[in-house]
Design a protein around this ligand. Structure first.
Ligand code: NAD
Length: 257
C-alpha cells in the first residue's frame, strides 16, 4: 500500500533545466517511478543528451526546449501538451542560474534583473503555465527547487540577488499552494545545500571557499543530485498527499549551526 503511493505510472512529468545536474537526476527518478518524462532545457543539446541517456535505459521520455526567461516559450510547451491531451501531471520547476562573488553595492541592474528574471520569474512562469492546466484537470503536483540560500545568507561568497530570488521562490511556492489547495494542485519546494553539479564549478576552483563550506556543514560534504531527486520524487508523488506549501530543507545539517 505504501510503496504504491510512489507509483507514477500513467502520469506525465515535465522538468525544466533537465539537461544536467539536479534536473537530470529528477527526470531519472520520475522515470524510475513510472512517469513519462518531458526533459526540457534552454539548450537543445543538453535536453536531447538527457533524453538519449534515459531512453537508453529503457525509459519513456521526450525532449523539448523551454527558456524559462520567456513566458511565450514556457506557455507554448504547456499548451501544446495540454491540447494533445497530455497536460503535465507533475512539474519540477528546477532550471536556474548562479552568480557569486559580486558585493551587493557593486551589483549592476543587469545582473540583478537577470537573476530575478531566471530564478524567480522563471519559476513563476513555469508554475503559472503548467499549474493552469493542472487546475483544469483538478489534479497535479508541482515541486520548485529553492535553496538553503532562500533562508540563510551564504558565507563567504556574496550573492544578494541569488539569495533574494530563492527566498522569493519559497514564498511564491507557499502562496500558490494556499491558492490552489482546495483545487487538487499541490505545490512544494526543496531547499538544498551545495549540490555537486556543474553549477558549482566556480567553487571547486576556490579552495579556501570550498573548505569554509565544508567547515560550515555538519556532514562535511556536498550533496549529490540523486539526494535531491529522491525528495522531489516523494513530493511529486501521492506519498506526500498531505503536503502543500512545504519547503523541505535538505542541507546536510547546514542550518543547524
Ligand atoms: P546546473 O547548472 O547543473 O543545471 C541547470 C540547467 O538549467 C542547465 O542544463 C541549464 O542549461 C538550464 N538552464 C539555465 N538557464 C535556463 C533557462 N533560462 N531556461 C531553461 N533552462 C535553463 O544547475 P543545478 O546545480 O542542477 O541547479 C538546478 C537548480 O537547483 C537551480 O534552480 C539551482 O539554483 C538550484 N540549486 C542548486 C544548488 C547547487 O549547489 N548546485 C543548490 C541549491 C539549489
Amino acid at each position: 500500500m505504501y510503496l504504491q503511493k510512489f507509483d507514477l505510472s500513467g502520469r506525465v512529468a515535465l522538468v525544466t533545466g533537465a539537461g544536467q545536474g539536479i534536473g537530470l537526476a529528477c527526470a531519472e527518478a520520475l522515470c524510475e517511478a513510472g512517469a513519462h518524462v518531458v526533459l526540457t532545457d534552454i539548450s537543445t543539446e543538453r535536453s536531447e543528451a538527457g533524453r538519449a541517456a534515459l531512453a537508453a535505459k529503457g525509459y519513456s521520455v521526450e525532449a523539448d526546449v523551454i527558456d524559462i526567461g520567456d513566458s511565450a516559450s514556457v506557455n507554448a510547451v504547456a499548451d501544446r501538451l495540454a491540447s494533445a491531451g497530455r497536460a503535465a501531471d507533475i512539474l519540477v520547476a528546477n532550471a536556474g542560474i548562479a552568480q557569486a562573488g559580486v558585493p551587493g553595492e557593486d551589483l549592476s541592474d543587469a545582473d540583478w534583473e537577470r537573476m530575478i528574471n531566471i530564478n524567480l520569474n522563471g519559476a513563476f512562469r513555469s508554475c503559472r503555465a503548467f499549474g493552469k492546466h493542472m487546475l483544469a484537470k483538478g489534479k497535479g503536483s508541482i515541486v520548485t527547487i529553492g535553496s538553503m540560500s532562500g533562508a540563510i545568507v551564504n558565507r563567504p561568497q556574496q550573492q544578494v540577488h541569488y539569495n533574494a530570488a530563492k527566498a522569493g521562490v519559497h514564498h511564491m511556492t507557499r502562496s500558490f499552494a494556499a491558492e490552489w489547495a482546495t483545487r487538487g494542485v499541490r505545490v512544494n519546494s526543496v531547499a538544498p545545500t551545495y549540490i555537486d553539479t556543474p553549477l558549482l564549478t566556480f567553487a571547486k576552483e576556490d579552495k579556501p571557499m570550498y573548505e569554509q563550506w565544508l567547515d560550515m556543514t555538519p556532514m562535511r560534504r556536498l550533496g549529490q543530485p540523486d539526494e535531491v531527486a529522491a525528495i522531489v520524487l516523494f513530493l511529486a508523488s501521492d506519498a506526500s498527499s498531505l503536503m502543500t506549501g512545504s519547503i523541505v530543507t535538505a542541507d546536510a545539517g547546514y542550518t543547524c549551526w
